[in-house]
Design a protein around this ligand. Sequence first.
Ligand SMILES: NC(=O)NCCC(=O)O
Length: 368
Amino acid sequence: MPLIRILKCLTFKIVMPFRKLNLPQSALDAAEEQDFDLKGYVFEASPEQLRPPRTVRVGLIQNKIVLPTDAPVLEQITALHKRVGEMVEVAAMCGVNIVCFQEAWTMPFAFCTREREPWTEFAESAEDGLTTHFCIQLAKKYNMVVVSPILERDEIHGGTLWNTAVVVSNNGNVLGTSRKNHIPRVGDFNESTYYMEGNTGHPVFQTQFGKIAVNICYGRHHPLNWLMYSLHGAEIIFNPSATVGLLSEPMWPIEARNAAIANHCFTCAINRVGTEYFRNEFTSGDGKKAHHDFGHFYGSSYVAAPDGSRSPGLSRTRDGLLVTEMDLNLNRQVADKWNFKMTGRYEMYAEELKKAIQHDFKPNIVKE
Ligand SMILES: NC(=O)NCCC(=O)O
């Protein structure tokens, strides 16, 4: 093949159907001053005759913890509120309508230690806790929907802990909560020590800017979990996460992107950054020596679109705000082309799944 053709093929393959978003200089200056990355991209849809564009700006925030893990609990929470609050202010300067923070954003990801104290003290009421009040203030001040994934303490049910995303509307009302459906039992992610599988199902929140859902971290490995949010009508599914390089980095660019394609929706994957040091050593049940940290949280937060395109990822090491402008009309345009919802054989799967979970299930294996 002549060189010029090879180059053309390569160029075609790497062209991405998004473009850079022009961000205000004041926001770029503020981000630089506050030492975090600020990136912006646009996902466009084709013009339609009957529907105007449904443009929404989404902000994803990834960050390190601010104070050491053995600082007093309230100081750690307050320092994170301050840091993330500053980043939300920059998001507001960029016209963000919906912002989502990383999983358990008010605390170190301490579940690896399997110790209760002081980590359970970070748990707060989803409706009335310090962090939810903080998010309500942000939402009202900036007319922004805030998705706030926290460690929840559910006082009504005996102080039970949950891993929960609180969704605050742009009017400052708690629209509802979405609890993590799948709890990891992998590597140092010993979260089953702290909370059980969520009981809120697959809620979709109708916001002023579109229908959104939250598939928390490990739920991204479960295609049916994404599907259920989508069947309930989610147009954007957030995936606030905490995950480390040695465990999941090869899967990270694929899973949320594949979910966007498979479900004709936008997906937003967010991961924290940094290495968190714990004073007490812990083992990982792998025969290796006890250690003080979990490994490196690799950030790389990104947005994926239903047509298979995606934004570049944020940094692997630095705090960052990713601002994405998306036209939600793209969801239906791609659905009308590929028809996954129409061609999905859900009745067949539902019937077979019902059988597969029975004790006396006989796999359909055809033998000679
Ligand atoms: N936070 C969390 O669920 N992590 C599990 C590891 C992973 O899914 O990559």
